[in-house]
Ligand binder design. Structure first.
Ligand code: PLP
Length: 394
C-alpha cells in the first residue's frame, strides 16, 4: 500500500513541535465580552467584535424580521436572480455612510478582495503591495495574474521607488494596502501613498476591514480618518468585524464599481448574502448613523487598556488602534502564554507564522465596546500575573 499521505502527518508533527499547530477552540455561546469556550466561561479578548454588535438585540430583531419577510436564502447569484431590494438598500446606505459614490455587497471581505482585484489588473499589469498586507489581498493579487511587487511595510519612499522603477514597463498599475494592519494595529500612511499614486497615475485601493466602525468620524473608516473622500478608487470593507455580522463590500468610484459588478467572479458565480445577514448589516449602519456612542466607548476602552498594559510593562509594538499585540517573539512561548491565560479565564489567542513573520509571535488582544471597566481590569490583572509567571515582565 502506498503511503501517499504520510507527508501530511509529518508536516502536522513538525507544526506541533514548533508550537505552530493551531489549537482551534470551540465556542459555546453568543459572542460577547464573556463567552463559553471549550466548555469554560472566559473573558473574551479575541473577537473582532469591536462594537459589541455580534449579539446586539437590534441587529437580531432586524435579522429575524427579514427571515419572516424574505425567507432564509436567495437561492441565486446576484447577477441572475439574487439581487434583493434589501441588498440594494444596504449598498446605498453603506455608500452614503462611507462617503463614496457606489458600493457592491459580496459574501465576505475575503471574497471582496478576490472579486475586486482581477477585473482591474491582468497579466500585462503590475500591483504594488505592502509587505504586511492581509492574505485575502495577496490571494486577490495572485488571482489577477498581474506582476506583484512588494514595498516595505508603510514605507512611502520605498513604495515610490518601486513605482518609479517599474510602472513604465507595464500597461496599468494598482497600489493596494491594508488601512489598519490586522496583526499590528498600525495605520497605512494613506495620504502620502495617495499623493505618490497621483504623481505616477497608479490606481489606488485600500482594505478597510479593521478600520470600518473603528477609525474615522463615527467609525466611517480609514479614508474618512485621513479626509480622502472621493480620492481612493477602491475601498474594501467587511461587515464581519465591527459590524458584527458577515459580508464584504467593494466601495468607491461609481465607474469602478460598475465595472466590477460586470466582472467579479464571486459576484457572478457564488450566491448572494442571505436576507437575515443583509438586514442585520443595515441595522448596524442605522445604529452607527444615529449615534457615535459605541465607537466612543470602544476608544475609551482602548485608551484605558493600552495605557495600563504599557504601564505593566508589555511591548505593544506600533499599535494605535484597539488591536493590541503583546509582542513575545517565540511561537512556542506565545502558545504557552495563551494557554496560561486560558487556564486563568482569559481568552486571547497566540498568533504565529504564517499569520505573522517567524520570530514575531504575539498574543493579539482585541478590545471591544462590550467590555466593562471591570472586565478590562480583570483582564489586565491576569495578563500581568501570567506575564510575571512566564518572565515576560518584571
Ligand atoms: C479580516 C480581513 C478580511 C476578511 O474579512 P472577512 O469578512 O472575514 O472575510 C479582509 N481583509 C482584511 C485586511 C482583514 O483584516
Amino acid at each position: 500500500m502506498s503511503n501517499k499521505l504520510q507527508w501530511i502527518s509529518d508536516e502536522l508533527d513538525a507544526l506541533e513541535q514548533q508550537g505552530l499547530r493551531n489549537p482551534i477552540r470551540t465556542i459555546g455561546s453568543a459572542c460577547g465580552a464573556w463567552m463559553i469556550v471549550d466548555g469554560k466561561r472566559v473573558l473574551n479578548f479575541c473577537a473582532n467584535n469591536y462594537l459589541g454588535l455580534a449579539n446586539d438585540p437590534r441587529l437580531k430583531a432586524a435579522a429575524q424580521h427579514a427571515i419572516d419577510a424574505w425567507g432564509v436564502g436567495p437561492a441565486a447569484v446576484r447577477s441572475i436572480a439574487g439581487t434583493l431590494e434589501l441588498h440594494r438598500e444596504f449598498e446605498r446606505r453603506i455608500a452614503a455612510f462611507k462617503g463614496v459614490e457606489d458600493a457592491l455587497y459580496v459574501q465576505s471581505g475575503f471574497c471582496a478582495n478576490q472579486a475586486a482585484i482581477p477585473p482591474i489588473v491582468g497579466k500585462d499589469d503590475v500591483i504594488f503591495t505592502d509587505r504586511l498586507n492581509h492574505a485575502s489581498i495577496i490571494d486577490g493579487c495572485r488571482l489577477s495574474s498581474a506582476k506583484i511587487l512588494i514595498y516595505e511595510h508603510c514605507d512611502v519612499a520605498d513604495a515610490e521607488r518601486v513605482i518609479q522603477e517599474n510602472s513604465g514597463s507595464y500597461r496599468r498599475a494598482l497600489l493596494v494596502t491594508d488601512g489598519v494592519f490586522s496583526m499590528d494595529g498600525d495605520l497605512a500612511p494613506l495620504d502620502k501613498l495617495y499623493a505618490v499614486c497621483e504623481r505616477h497615475g497608479v490606481i489606488t485601493m485600500v482594505d478597510d476591514a479593521h478600520g470600518e466602525g473603528v477609525v474615522g468620524r463615527g467609525g466611517r473608516g480609514i479614508v474618512d480618518h485621513f479626509g480622502l473622500h472621493g480620492k481612493f478608487d477602491l475601498e474594501i470593507g467587511t461587515l464581519s468585524k465591527a459590524f458584527g455580522v458577515v459580508g464584504g463590500v467593494i466601495a468607491g468610484k461609481k465607474i469602478v464599481v460598475d465595472w466590477i459588478r460586470q466582472r467579479a467572479r464571486p459576484f457572478l458565480f457564488s450566491s448572494a448574502v442571505t436576507p437575515a445577514d443583509t438586514a442585520a448589516c443595515l441595522a448596524a449602519v442605522n445604529l452607527l448613523e444615529q449615534s457615535t456612542e459605541l465607537v466612543d466607548q470602544l476608544w475609551e476602552n482602548t485608551r484605558y487598556f493600552k495605557a495600563e498594559i504599557g504601564r505593566i510593562g508589555f511591548n505593544i509594538g506600533a499599535s494605535v488602534t484597539p488591536i493590541t499585540p503583546l509582542m513575545l517573539g517565540d511561537a512556542t512561548r506565545a502558545q504557552q502564554f495563551s494557554r496560561a491565560l486560558f487556564d486563568n479565564g482569559v481568552f486571547a489567542m497566540a498568533i504565529g507564522f504564517p499569520t505573522v513573520a517567524k520570530g514575531k509571535a504575539r498574543i493579539r488582544v482585541m478590545i471591544s465596546a462590550a467590555h466593562t471597566r471591570a472586565d478590562l481590569d480583570r483582564g489586565l490583572e491576569i495578563f500581568a500575573q501570567v506575564g510575571r509567571e512566564l518572565c515576560v515582565i518584571k
